[in-house]
Write a protein that binds this ligand. Structure first.
Ligand SMILES: Nc1ncnc2c1ncn2[C@@H]1O[C@H](COP(=O)(O)OP(=O)(O)OP(=O)(O)O)[C@@H](O)[C@H]1O
Ligand SMILES: [Mg+2]
Length: 647
């Protein structure tokens, strides 16, 4: 991904997953603008409080018309000489009659002992009250806007991440099996958990600040500009305009560093997660081979790598705050000097300083947000990369749905290799399997038996040739409808960490307790299940680790029996069973094989001897085919295998 790709990934992620919640975004932005607007309002209505400080000759008593007058819309300087100072008679004569309500308010204030207010001062008192009321109104408005703004945008952040996680699982489900062969599971888990958590934190904390801070800055700046213009403070303003880039420039550079280090830290976290997962999965091997220290040392080294990268990011991040502060203080000092040189009275600069105060916090927020965004962008880049991955097998434009299997399965000159440029695993496989027949594959390990049935379930597409079900190329079929027809007992028995009943019923929605039990009986699993106190409710542990290999295998067979598919694939389905149980399970399999098309793979030839057709595979080629008796009579490879086993 390019240097800028990660930031664009964040915006793309926000756009794609935030679009459905644009209502929340809109409310968040509007309240953000409102917050900025209230800053302007608060500043303007507070100008009045600084007026009594104004002792500059030529200002007092020369309202509106004076060139140095404050904001055009602000109250005339003299009129706001509050309760303490008597106003110039000129203004009190101009004052409009005080209205009834205000009159009552003033009387009330007097009764409370707040002091006597001369009637000729009432005009200025009126303005003060009005200003206070407006100020309170703006502050209240700002409070409400802040609450709504924070709620909406944090909600949005959390919501987006929920959807992103869901999308990640959906994307992973769409990937082909070759994708999972290439990917490290730990890296995937890390992206789906750690990186998304990073995004959630990032969006929740930064988007709220991001929506409000710029508007607050704009509001304050707008006020400052207006005030400056009205008060002939253009010199200092020009100075501000010149130094503002000095403030922002270093922030941008430092933000880029944060992103770079964060991205590298995330890559290292992924390594840690996969090492962790690996150690847990292979715990028996680790213990059996006494490699605990070795594993710990490796983990420590990788953790240190991660730590080093995190520290780099931390250094840049903690430097950002003080750096900003330093620059701000320098700017303020220079500003004061500029004012001094230009002979600007302090009282007139005061509202500007207040504006500066209102700008400072959001600018600081923006500095924090910059680093958060960069960290989030690093995570978003990695997540989007995964979301953009598409290794799914090509879908037909008009998928054919086959509700049932009627006639035959044909392998038509099928070639296959797993990796482009890798060794060819299957060579010119030609097979016709009529409905209701049992076909067996035997052969050395690695000869391609599992690969053939993988192609039948369309876990992969052949690199040449076709696989046809009832005359339809698998590539034209609706994959779901194809897999509905197939029951697969895989070579390594995979169970979910759930109850036995759930594991058997997996993939058969609406299975009843009775039907689950019936399937378990057929798979000769019922007895060992009910021998335990919890019976069918017993949890099987991670990957079924609490069960023995043979027990797991029988649960998997029960699962396939319950699904009751017309095509059954049994890949070494009885390999983990003792001879007595194998006979029982074989008998069960024979029972369910009736009126089913079965692909059976077995190293133990006794289990496949009754097959209608036995194919002997050697290095991906079918070298012999026929029934047991035919092949035995031929005296070839099959005969040799038999003789070895039944010696
Ligand atoms: N996902 C994969 N990616 C790359 N190569 C693979 C993959 N799975 C299997 N192979 C290779 O394909 C060849 C055939 O493997 P396959 O699993 O079909 O053998 P098999 O006959 O089922 O062996 P076994 O009896 O040991 O189960 C092997 O050489 C194996 O190394
Ligand atoms: Mg195999």
């Amino acid at each position: 991904m390019s240097r800028f790709g990660h930031s664009s990934a964040l915006w793309r992620l926000l756009y794609t997953y935030g679009l459905p919640y644009r209502g929340h975004l809109a409310v968040g932005l509007i309240t953000g603008i409102l917050m900025g607007g209230t800053v302007f309002g608060i500043l303007r209505s507070s100008v009045v409080f600084f007026m009594p400080l104004d002792r500059v000759p030529g200002l007092v008593g020369k309202p509106a018309a004076t060139p140095a007058a404050p904001l055009a819309t602000a109250p005339p300087a003299a009129a706001v000489h509050t309760l303490a100072t008597p106003p110039a008679p000129a203004e009190s004569r101009d004052a409009k009659p005080v209205d009834g309500k205000l009159q009552r308010l003033l009387d009330w204030a007097e009764r409370l002992g707040l002091g006597h207010i001369e009637s000729d001062q009432r005009m200025s008192a009126r303005l003060v009250f009005l200003s206070v009321a407006i100020l309170l109104l703006f502050i209240g408005l700002r409070g409400v806007a802040t609450v709504v703004n924070q709620y909406c945008l944090r909600w949005l952040g959390a919501r987006i991440v929920v959807d992103v996680r869901q999308a990640l699982l959906e994307v992973l489900h769409r990937q082909s099996l070759s994708f999972f062969g290439r990917q490290d599971v730990g890296h995937l888990i890390s992206r789906c958990t750690y990186d998304t958590a990073r995004i959630e934190g990032g969006i929740a904390s930064s988007i709220a600040d991001l929506s409000a801070a710029p508007f607050a800055i704009l509001g304050a700046l707008f006020f400052a500009l207006q005030y400056a213009q009205a008060n002939r403070l253009n010199g200092p303003v020009l100075f501000f305009a010149l130094v503002a880039p000095v403030l922002i420039g270093p922030l941008l550079i430092m933000g880029r560093w944060v992103k770079r280090y964060s991205r590298r830290a995330l890559q290292r976290v992924a390594i840690l997660v996969s090492r962790f997962a690996e150690n847990l999965t292979c715990i028996r091997v680790v213990k059996a081979y006494n490699t605990e220290e070795q594993e710990q040392a490796r983990f420590r080294k990788e953790s240190e790598d991660y730590f080093a990268m995190v520290v780099k990011a931390i250094v840049v991040e903690v430097l950002m705050g003080p750096a900003l502060e330093l620059v701000s203080v320098l700017v303020v000092c220079l500003f004061v000097i500029v004012c001094y040189v230009q002979d600007v009275p302090v009282s007139r600069v005061f509202p500007m300083a207040l504006a500066g105060f209102f700008i400072y916090k959001p600018v600081k927020q923006l500095a924090k947000v910059t680093s958060t965004i960069q960290r989030t962008a690093a995570a978003a880049g990695r997540v989007m990369e995964l979301l953009d991955t598409d290794t799914s097998l090509p879908l037909p434009d008009h998928p054919v749905v086959i509700p049932e299997f009627r006639d035959r399965i044909i392998f038509d000159h099928v070639d296959f290799h797993y990796d482009a440029g890798g060794t060819q695993v299957l060579h010119d496989i030609c097979l016709t399997v009529p409905r209701g027949s049992v076909i067996a594959f035997v052969g050395e390990t690695g000869s391609g038996k599992t690969t053939i049935v993988n192609l039948l379930a369309r876990f992969y597409d052949p690199t040449a040739g076709r696989v046809l079900v009832d005359g339809h190329d698998l590539r034209d079929l609706d994959v779901k409808s194809l897999r509905r027809l197939i029951g697969f007992v895989t070579q390594e028995t995979l169970l979910f960490n759930d109850s036995i009943a759930h594991n058997i019923a997996y993939g058969t929605p609406g299975a009843t307790t009775a039907s689950v039990e019936d399937a378990a009986r057929k798979a000769n699993a019922h007895e060992f299940i009910v021998a335990e106190a919890k019976g069918y409710d017993r949890t099987v542990g991670d990957k079924g680790m609490l069960l023995s290999g043979g027990q797991r295998q029988r649960i998997a067979i029960a699962r396939a029996i319950l699904k009751n598919p017309p095509i059954l694939i049994l890949d070494e389905a009885t390999s983990a069973l003792d001879t007595a149980t194998e006979l029982l399970v074989q008998e069960a399999i024979n029972r369910v094989m009736a009126d089913r098309t079965v692909f059976a793979i077995a190293h133990r030839l006794s289990t496949v001897r009754h097959a209608n057709l036995i194919c002997v595979l050697d290095k991906g080629r079918i070298v012999e085919r026929g029934t047991h008796d035919e092949l035995y009579a031929q005296g070839g490879r099959y005969r040799r295998l038999c003789d070895l086993q039944f010696r």
